[in-house]
Design a protein around this ligand. Sequence first.
Ligand SMILES: O=C(O)C(=O)C[C@]1(C(=O)O)C=C[C@@H](O)C=C1
Length: 383
Amino acid sequence: MALYFGPAILTPKSRKFGKLQSTELDPNKFHHNPLSTASIAKSRDSAFVYNAEKISWSIPKVSICVQMIGAHQQSTSVSVRSQWTGLLEHEHTPWDALTVSNTHAMTTSCDVLSLTKPLSVTNCSNKARHTSPLRVAYQGVPGAYSEAAASKAYPNCEAVPCDQFEAAFEAVELWLVDRAVLPAENSLGGSIHRNYDLLLRHRLHIVGEVQLAVHHCLLGLPGAKKEDLCRVLSHPQALAQCENTLVKLGVAREAVDDTAGAAQFVATLNHMDTGAVASSRAAEIYGLDILADGIQDDLDNVTRFLMLAREPIIPRNDRPFKTSIVFSLEEGPGVLFKALAVFALRNINLTKMIPTMGLQNTLTIFSISILKPQWRILEHKMH
Ligand SMILES: O=C(O)C(=O)C[C@]1(C(=O)O)C=C[C@@H](O)C=C1
């Protein structure tokens, strides 16, 4: 059994970097070009090198291995330019200035003034850091609920659209943005397994969470009527959350990457019989009419989003922290029972378990608990 724990999700080395699957967006077709895994792949040369520290110990019959992702340093440059996203064309922020550009180092020119300057204390001061907003990646296009969640988690942030969840993970890892805010579960639709899987494959830490009340609208072209709709597009979670309304309407449902993307598509397609399930803000942005309001099956429809960062937070002793643990079990009689006993015997309260299929026939389980800094308790008792 391998156990990965912490206030962060820790990543087995073997699963570094999932496959890059990208659908490039045509910059001329869309108003907003989200950051895509392709644009990030282009900047792979400037990736950071992370150091992994491995600690292991054993308890009777079950060996436990904890792999902690440690400090990151040794950057090359974040001054990557891309044809797909405006994000990368921004001026360097003071945060960027903390990285060392090797493009300059490779220049053989004798123009001494153009060479990279050594870091000074002013580069590192909080004042410098606060002159530009925090850049927060989310999946979708402007008007997506994830964008609202990013702003709720980090007020006044610069929300950066990404075409896929994976692109958001990589954008943080490559220092293109500072944080990512991604959905983890919905009160109606359940867990968003893709993001739990990506947490395993990537090296980010959960540093907080935010809950967003999701209020869905049925959108159509100006002048359209809901009775005339033949098909409705949206994110699969959103379609599932509005199942009753959509079944009553008798429309065909089509899944797309995000709710606001669906609204954007309806506006571009210009077909009166095609609608979208999305937010009222998406209606405003893409010039659509709200044909029905509050169409989710449950009025208290809430999605929980995770706030992800490169650095972990250090849990304090003075208040409860939610700790996420992921461990994988090899097949065998009673392995889950034995694993759960580890927590039960230490009086640790598990609030949620999410079983997923891991690699090589292992069952991977995310357990999320609320207690005092539990990982310290685990560490002390198990040594
Ligand atoms: O499509 C969006 O607008 C999103 O932000 C994604 C998402 C999700 O993945 O669950 C977020 C909140 C709602 O639950 C519906 C969709």
